[in-house]
Write a protein that binds this ligand. Structure first.
Ligand SMILES: Nc1ncnc2c1ncn2[C@@H]1O[C@H](COP(=O)(O)OP(=O)(O)O)[C@@H](O)[C@H]1O
Ligand SMILES: [Mg+2]
Length: 113
């Protein structure tokens, strides 16, 4: 189980993540889709404790997590149960992986269709 509450991260003055709150239940596979620079790597680094989050952020992890980094957005949506769309450090969309795969905006933005 992973619970992210109000996660914000800066690199100096650059505010990369702004109040991201998300959860992943036990056994669930969740994909994060985002353009280059959206903050995907920073989100994962903050969860892993590799970058320091701003005050008021909280990350709770229970159990063992398996992290899969899949650069192919189409493939990642085939594997995952559901997903989040990350844009400029904020979650701007969410849905079941199947629904995201069929979503025209997602297809245009991330699947190259
Ligand atoms: N170590 C760093 N120092 C300063 N800015 C960084 C650093 N790492 C990433 N950034 C900036 O943070 C933003 C998000 O980057 P990143 O989390 O790598 O996005 P993604 O993985 O979605 O491509 C980008 O604007 C990037 O330039
Ligand atoms: Mg990255």
């Amino acid at each position: 189980m992973l619970e992210i509450r109000n996660l914000s991260v800066n690199y100096g003055l650059h505010r990369v993540l702004e109040g991201v709150s998300r959860g992943v239940a036990t056994g669930e596979l969740v994909v994060i889709l985002g353009a280059n620079g959206a903050g995907k790597t920073t989100l994962l680094k903050a969860v892993g404790g590799l970058v320091r989050a701003r005050e008021g952020s909280s990350v709770t992890i229970a159990g063992v997590g398996v992290l899969l980094v899949e650069q192919n957005a189409k493939r990642s949506l085939e594997i995952a149960d559901r997903g989040y769309l990350l844009k400029n450090g904020q979650v701007v969309g969410r849905g079941a992986a199947d629904a995201l795969r069929k979503d025209e905006t997602v297809q245009r933005a991330y699947l190259g269709l």
